[in-house]
Design a protein around this ligand. Structure first.
Ligand SMILES: Cc1cc2nc3c(=O)[nH]c(=O)nc-3n(C[C@H](O)[C@H](O)[C@H](O)COP(=O)(O)OP(=O)(O)OC[C@H]3O[C@@H](n4cnc5c(N)ncnc54)[C@H](O)[C@@H]3O)c2cc1C
Length: 537
């Protein structure tokens, strides 16, 4: 596909009204959206115009996702205010962006935060600053504001034509499957309780706090699916559950996910709350977009310069004492040159490898070996809540057993004020069929109508009346959503290279640990900011 066709495919217009194949009316409208790929494409083909101005800024942050915003938060907390943050999109948030319409706010990507673990002290500090956690951040069982804890019912599963509570399949499941569930749960509990000689957990969050030893590398050498089989787990329901978890957290099938990463999903999360059970999560109508908004307001209130949006870093060069960056300002169609003492790089590693003129040896090759999986997210605006089959009523998270997608979350589940009857549901699907490259081509080549047909056909199985309730479907395409933690990811040379970067550049994006999670992004941002602070003393 040539560039013109590629860009034309990305700039999909407002879709027109028509019918589904079976004659039912299609929702009146909807849009195919996504990150500004035409702007991002500049890094590949269009040279940016020569800079017309040079600025001196002591500290520069590139990327306004959770990593970049967390770095800014930590700098501001440490009384460092002479920094500027440049973000290529029209809004900050990265994978945690959100949208809003007349019915509700809704997520475009990240939608929840599990209760922070003991290692996640900095996240508890952030949540305290944002008014989500009240009382002591060091309490064994912190208190979280009720309205931010997920309301019941939290989750349900559609299986064998019925909805059941919880995601572990129970309908049509035999005694030997239940026995395997119990044995698996026992193993997870043992992993949770285990400590090495230095007191480290085998699976901690952030993962840099895990005790990575020979046993961890042995787990990492195999896939989650093969590990289950090697342990004698052959229950198709348990395999579905593990596969769902790998797709949910990593956008990767269990057969392609490192067993260490697969087990990490279950064994790392041991956060507690005084006023919720340990499986509870923090969530908002707009998902983690709520954190992005509140964090941006906090930064403004603490004297940080506003995030400069539609500002794409197109070139970086470094010396031992400083860095020079070219930033293309899309709104003005011109570039500026920025001279900085220190740079916090909070954009993905593959972008760094592309723009850095003099990277350390091996960085480009190491970055090229990491695959990013694409995701599709659809927001469906409905005139009324979808109808139900079975005893378990509409939950926050609603998952379908037989599906390549992950189901949907309900934006209005947490809402205090909502237009009566109407709702927005957010449907998620990582594109796990074929290679990430092939999936990206499918993402670019598939039109709104084709996606809508697939999504509505799937959701009409549990909700036969849903097509008649649809007002609009807006679809977001994430081309490089998250790196795949394939077997061997713990030994990736990229992580070691990024962790070892020295002045003037610190890496502050979730790619650092290789797991695309809020906790990893926040930790990378905060640690990079602390390093900058130390160097300035
Ligand atoms: C669909 C989806 C659902 C998810 N759900 C969850 C969830 O529920 N919970 C969870 O914990 N995690 C979830 N995640 C993972 C999510 O990626 C992380 O939680 C986190 O938001 C990653 O933050 P980050 O700052 O590391 O990266 P990013 O979000 O990738 O932010 C990087 C930023 O850098 C900007 N940028 C890139 N290149 C340049 C450049 N050259 N110049 C300037 N700016 C640039 C980008 O526009 C972006 O804003 C989800 C991810 C996706 C895609």
């Amino acid at each position: 596909m040539d560039r013109r066709t590629f860009l034309a495919a990305l700039a999909a217009p407002l879709a027109a009204s028509c019918e589904f194949a079976d004659g039912r009316p299609r929702p009146a409208t909807g849009r195919l959206l996504g990150p500004d790929m035409a702007l991002g494409h500049r890094l590949l083909v269009d040279p940016a115009p020569a800079p017309t101005e040079t600025l001196r800024v002591p500290v520069v942050i590139i990327g306004g996702g959770i990593g970049g915003l967390s770095a800014a938060w930590q700098l501001a907390r440490d009384d460092v205010s002479d920094f500027r943050l440049f973000e290529m999109e029209a809004e900050s948030g990265g994978n945690a962006r959100s949208g809003e319409n007349e019915v509700s706010a809704f997520p475009w990507g990240a939608h929840y935060l599990p209760l922070p673990t003991r290692e996640g002290r900095s996240i508890r500090e952030l949540l305290s600053d944002l008014g989500v956690l009240s009382g002591s951040i060091d309490a064994e069982m912190p208190v979280y504001e009720e309205r931010h804890l997920v309301h019941v019912p939290q989750e349900r599963l559609y299986i064998s034509g019925l909805w059941q509570e919880g995601l572990l399949p129970r309908i049509g499941v035999a005694q030997r499957d239940f026995e395997q569930y119990r044995r698996f749960e026992d193993m997870v509990q043992r992993y949770k309780a285990a400590r090495d000689r230095t007191g480290r957990k085998p699976f901690a969050l952030p993962i840099r706090m895990s005790g990575i030893d020979a046993a961890a590398h042995a787990l990492d050498a195999t896939s989650m699916r093969d590990w289950l089989l090697a342990q004698g787990f052959d229950s198709p329901f348990l395999h579905w559950y593990a596969d769902y978890a790998c797709r949910d957290d990593y956008g990767t099938r269990a057969a392609d996910t490192s067993a260490w990463a697969g087990l990490h999903y279950y064994a790392c999360r041991d956060g507690q709350a005084a006023n919720a059970d340990s499986h509870s999560v923090l969530t908002w109508p707009e998902g983690n977009g709520w954190i992005v908004k509140r964090l941006s307001e906090w930064l403004q209130a603490h004297g940080a310069a506003p995030v400069q949006t539609r500002a794409l870093c197109t070139r970086l060069s470094t010396t031992r004492t400083g860095a020079e960056l070219d930033i293309f300002l899309a709104a003005e169609q011109r570039s500026i040159r920025v001279r900085a003492e220190q740079v916090l790089w909070a954009a993905p590693a593959f972008v760094l490898a592309r723009v850095w003129e003099n990277p350390p040896p091996g960085l480009r090759e190491a970055a090229a070996r990491v695959d990013y999986v694409p995701w599709l997210v659809a927001n469906l605006t409905l005139d009324a809540r979808p109808d139900d089959l079975g005893p378990a009523g509409l939950a926050w998270d609603n998952v379908l057993y037989e599906s390549n997608a992950l189901g949907y979350v309900v934006a209005t589940h947490q809402a205090i004020r909502v237009k009566p009857g109407a709702t927005v549901i957010t449907w998620y699907r990582p594109l796990t069929d074929g290679s990430p490259r092939e999936a990206r081509m499918r993402l670019a080549n598939t039109d709104w109508k084709t996606w809508v047909d697939e999504i509505v056909a799937e959701l009409a199985r549990p909700h036969p009346a849903l097509p008649g309730l649809l007002k609009r479907i807006d679809i977001w395409r994430w081309a490089h959503a998250m790196p795949r933690p394939v077997p061997g990811f713990l030994r990736r040379p990229l992580s070691a290279l990024l962790a070892g970067l020295d002045r003037p550049l610190a890496f502050a994006h979730s790619d650092l640990g290789g797991l695309s999670l809020f906790e990893e992004a926040h930790d990378a941002g905060v640690r990079a900011a602390q390093r900058v602070r130390r160097m300035r003393r």
